[in-house]
Write a protein that binds this ligand. Structure first.
Ligand SMILES: Nc1ncnc2c1ncn2[C@@H]1O[C@H](COP(=O)(O)OP(=O)(O)OP(=O)(O)O)[C@@H](O)[C@H]1O
Ligand SMILES: [Mg+2]
Length: 345
């Protein structure tokens, strides 16, 4: 009986992020999309779209006639208006559809939430999954990354996301709140600073946060530049090549002191004999881990702590979803209540 139930279970690992949401299933489905819902501005938009809302990457493509709506802010669901909850629900519906469930499947999903998500936030998230999934559990995002890497002890995960940077000290058990920290400065924060820095450097330059993010994603680095970053932009409508090397370096480096200070804080949760091993096992994850030179700069700032070693996950887009799926496949849903907040079962 149990076996029959398991055979029909569609297991999902979902990384529900501020910027992007990734999903992987036990049937090898894999997908990622922007965590955004677009609503047409007026009746023309409704006509162009033939719908009253559009989800994910299509919303970004068609943003010229849509109001874009990001339901996660700082990585947790915004204060619960009905519209926020509807948007979050639409996104999850879309993500589940990416995994191509079949009629009669028992849909069991593990969703990653930011380390600092409160019980209320998790409760809200689980509530919106009702009717979409049969069983659902919320676990902390950096813990999922660690689980996916099988680095469960004496490892620190630094997840540089869009809304937050989450740091988690793995100590061979499900991380408790005191073993996790969140910094409210992620990629979005860098984008805002970069937009301002470029505008301040070149008067009349045309730049918005979206363009700043694209430039950052192409050229982000900290420390010594490998080459000058010269990009084609427009000043008062005319095309001009502008040097944004300093603007990129300075704005990307703004997150480093917070990361370093919080690693120094969190290392103290380990006993002294474990600290050396934990410092030699720092893992960068999340889209921001692609900032060139970030690991080396963190190592440099911690040099008085001895041998500090920072590595990067192989695939920052899917490392969270992969860990969540691994957990879902290794632990029968019947036991999920023991490690996270859950509904269904
Ligand atoms: N090559 C790159 N260089 C620097 N930053 C990048 C790069 N690629 C993506 N990013 C940034 O990474 C962030 C997205 O990372 P990720 O998908 O891990 O975030 P998220 O999970 O949606 O957010 P959060 O974890 O805060 O909820 C964005 O700010 C994006 O601009
Ligand atoms: Mg994330």
């Amino acid at each position: 009986m149990t076996n029959q139930r398991n055979e029909r279970a569609l297991l999902l690992g979902i990384d529900f992020g501020t910027a992007r949401t990734a999903v992987m299933s036990n049937r090898k489905a894999k997908g990622i999309m922007h965590t955004v819902v677009g609503y047409p501005r007026d009746i023309i938009g409704v006509k162009l779209l033939n719908r009253t809302q559009v989800v994910g990457d299509e919303a970004i493509e068609k943003r010229s006639f849509l109001d874009l709506y990001y339901p996660l802010e700082d990585g947790v669901i915004k204060e619960a208006s009905e519209k926020d909850l509807d948007a979050a629900r639409e996104l999850l519906r879309h993500v589940i559809a990416m995994a191509e469930p079949k009629a009669g499947d028992r849909i069991c999903g593990i969703i990653g939430v930011p380390a600092r998500a409160s019980v209320a936030n998790k409760g809200q998230l689980l509530k919106i999954t009702e009717g979409l999934m049969d069983v659902c559990m919320a676990v902390s995002e950096p813990f999922m990354v660690a689980y996916g890497l099988s680095k469960l002890i004496n490892t620190m995960v630094v997840d540089v996301g869009a809304g937050t940077i989450d740091i988690c000290a793995m100590k061979g058990a499900i991380p408790k709140p005191e073993n996790q920290l969140s910094i409210l400065k992620g990629g979005n924060y860098i984008d805002q600073l970069l937009e301002t820095a470029i505008r301040d450097a070149y008067s009349g330059v045309q730049i918005d946060q979206h363009l700043a993010r694209m430039l950052k994603e192409r050229h982000a680095f900290v420390g010594t530049p490998q080459e000058e970053v010269v990009v084609p932009l427009r000043v008062n409508g005319k095309p001009v090549d502008l040097d944004i090397t300093e603007a990129i370096r300075v704005t990307c480096e703004t997150i480093v002191p917070d990361i370093v200070e919080n690693i120094k804080k969190l290392i103290l949760v380990y006993s002294p004999e474990c600290q050396a091993e934990a410092l030699a096992n720092i893992v960068l994850a999340g889209g921001g881990s692609r900032i060139r030179g970030l690991g080396a700069m963190i190592e440099h700032h911690l040099k008085e702590y001895g041998n500090v070693h920072v590595t990067m996950v192989a695939d920052p887009d899917y490392s969270g979803a992969h860990g969540a799926l691994k957990l879902a496949m290794e632990l029968p849903p019947e036991y999920w209540g023991q490690i996270g907040e859950m509904v269904g079962g």
